[in-house]
Design a protein around this ligand. Structure first.
Ligand code: UD2
Ligand code: MN
Length: 569
């Protein structure tokens, strides 16, 4: 037996068993089992919308050729569960190396067809839209550094296979000084066999931001469509963006970014009633938000229509080349990775454009927990964010500086970027917050008490622990952001975007993502300096060793807490 193929039928919850001969070197044998580790594997697949599982024991030898492709492995975006314990030691080492260099299952990616099919994941309404007959042409720009061969080329082929040829002028690959050998001559040779695809090798490491600027300069079509180098474009991905930009070239359009699971490569789509919009927090980290009611109303509750998004995730979007240059592309002082997505988002809104997410356009992306490239000897993300804050955040930059504990790094010269903002007569950040992202928590507008919460009984402060660990008190540490709380006007006790929560049912005091209008997250800071949970009418009490409990409110020192009243500065 070389491998096992397990098929789980969602509806009946039964396990079907099949035998599959893939090619001369590959046989997938199947077996029906209810043993423990198999049910574990199967339960992992349940999180994905599709349910075929393949456990491969003996994969092909040549990881950079496409010759041993199964007809079914990963087809239709199915997740493939891959158990490395079935690999021989040599293959297992290759598998581990691929994880280390990519931070996703590159070994499995190499076994899946570069032309694998995806289901048409669009909502029904999307399939019957009529697009203009003369949409503008696009240049697709894909920057990469040390990308997996198959992930990169699956991105390229998904563009070639699923774009109407008349709208696709070219695909520009910018190799950002990769060190992997196969991304040089072999890539050039491979790409030479494809229509419309060109590779440009950077003479030094540019970082993704300068690499994109370079790609945009080379591009000849009126519309630029940027993609990451580990994406798969789904059916109908291109037309919605071209339609929006044709109507108004100050419109910037991002597809729904579907999830390609980093270990199973299973493709999971977001339906239009379930998509999330881009936001950010005061650490200037991008995050996701549900569509606010005001946007549902503006669109007459038609989920498939383009929805206004405060920010973009950054990697996947279409913009007119003219407008990209008009907005000053990206800050060329940004290094390696990060901040460019918020810069462009703020610029678009503040300088007269519109940023949409298009529920009818789907592109999958392999999300990884952290980027695989070597970290430079300094914190480039923080430095980029300081440049961003200096130029675009006005007085709001102090929230960011508070969150990074006031230690400003050297951030270079931003005069030319400030000049750009002036020349374009862009609106203020205050305008942006009030009009484009009113849902964002703004401390001095929405806060009524802030800072450390220190016990009056002993010098201990409430410390934020996310996840299952109960919240407790610890030694007070100044400028520790886990001890910086803001009680909001709406009664939330916030640590960043997380809120203190107490539930009568579980009797647990935890920290979870803030939800407005959740009774379990509603608190008051009383005249007697108590932290009172409104719904249960109980008060926060310090026990020995920093443990916290919700108890009947009474006048004891262990229920009294020091916290600065008034809005944070
Ligand atoms: C997200 C964006 C990414 C970018 C980033 C912030 C999505 C899906 N992804 O992070 O596009 O906006 O936020 O900067 O919205 N690369 C280079 N040179 C480098 C580093 C990276 O060419 O020095 C390439 C890399 O190979 C990849 C792309 O840039 O194709 C984005 O990098 P990532 O995939 O690590 O970023 P991601 O998806 O975590
Ligand atoms: Mn990416």
């Amino acid at each position: 037996v070389i491998g096992r193929y397990i098929k789980l039928d969602n509806e009946t919850e039964s396990i079907n068993v099949e035998l599959n001969q893939v090619d001369d070197n590959h046989i997938f044998s199947t077996m029906n089992t209810d043993d423990e580790d198999q049910s574990q594997l199967l339960s992992n697949t349940m999180t994905a919308s599709l349910s075929n599982t393949v456990i491969v024991r003996q994969p092909h030898q040549d990881t950079h050729s496409n010759q041993y492709i199964s007809n079914s492995l990963g087809e239709k975006g199915q997740p493939v569960i891959f158990d490395p314990n079935y690999l021989n030691p040599e293959e297992r080492q290759k598998y581990l190396n691929q994880w280390n260099s990519n931070n996703f299952n590159g070994y499995l990616s190499d076994m899946i067809s570069l032309h694998r099919t995806l289901p048409d994941v669009r909502d029904e309404e999307c399939k019957h839209l009529n697009y203009s007959k003369d949409l503008p042409e696009t240049s697709v720009i894909i920057c990469f550094t040390d990308e997996s061969w198959s992930a990169l080329l699956r991105t390229v082929h998904s563009v070639l296979d699923r774009s109407p040829p008349r709208y696709l002028r070219e695909i520009i690959l910018i190799d950002d000084f990769s060190t992997k050998d196969f991304l040089k001559q072999s890539l050039d040779d491979y790409v030479a066999t494809l229509p419309k695809v060109k590779v440009f090798h950077a003479p030094r490491r540019l970082g993704l931001i300068l690499a994109r600027i370079w790609g945009a300069k080379i591009a000849s079509a009126p519309v630029l469509f940027f993609l990451d180098s580990h994406c798969e474009c789904a059916q109908g991905w291109l037309e919605p963006a071209l339609e929006l930009i044709k109507r108004d070239d100050t419109t910037v359009a991002q597809p729904v970014i579907d999830v390609i699971n980093a270990s199973t490569l299973g493709y999971t789509a977001f339906q239009a009633n379930n998509i999330q919009l881009g936001g950010f927090n005061w650490e200037l980290i991008f995050d996701w938000h549900p569509i606010p009611e005001r946007e549902h109303r503006r669109r007459n509750y038609q989920n498939h229509l383009p929805v206004k998004s405060p920010t973009m995730a950054g990697g996947l979007f279409a913009i007119s080349k003219r407008y990209f240059n008009y907005l000053g592309a990206y800050d060329e002082g940004f290094d390696v990775w990060g901040a460019e997505n918020l810069e462009l988002s703020f610029k678009i809104w503040m300088c007269g454009g519109t940023l949409y997410t298009m529920p009818c356009s789907h592109v999958g992306h392999i999300f990884r927990t952290f980027p695989p490239y070597k970290i430079k000897p300094y914190d480039y993300f923080k430095r980029n964010n300081v440049r961003l804050a200096e130029v675009w955040l006005d007085e709001y930059k102090n929230y960011y500086y508070n969150s990074i504990n006031f230690h400003l790094p050297e951030f270079g010269d931003v005069t030319s970027r400030k000049k750009l903002r002036e020349n374009l007569h862009c609106k203020s950040f205050d305008w942006y917050l009030n009009n484009i992202f009113p849902e964002l928590f703004v401390p001095n507008r929405d806060g009524i008490a802030y800072g450390q919460i220190e016990s009056r009984a002993v010098p201990l402060c409430i410390h934020a622990n996310t996840g299952a660990t109960p919240t407790r008190a610890q030694m007070c540490v100044k400028y520790d952001k886990s001890q910086y709380w803001i009680l909001s006007y709406y009664g939330q006790m916030r640590n960043g975007n997380n809120c203190l929560r107490y539930s009568l049912e579980s009797r647990a005091l935890t920290l979870i993502a803030c939800l407005t209008e959740n009774v379990n997250q509603h608190w008051e800071y009383t005249k007697q300096s108590q932290i009172r949970h409104t719904h249960s009418g109980t008060c926060l009490q310090l026990l020995e060793a920093g443990l916290l409990m919700m108890e009947k409110c009474k006048r004891v020192k262990t229920q009294q807490w020091k916290m600065a009243r008034g809005a944070p500065p």
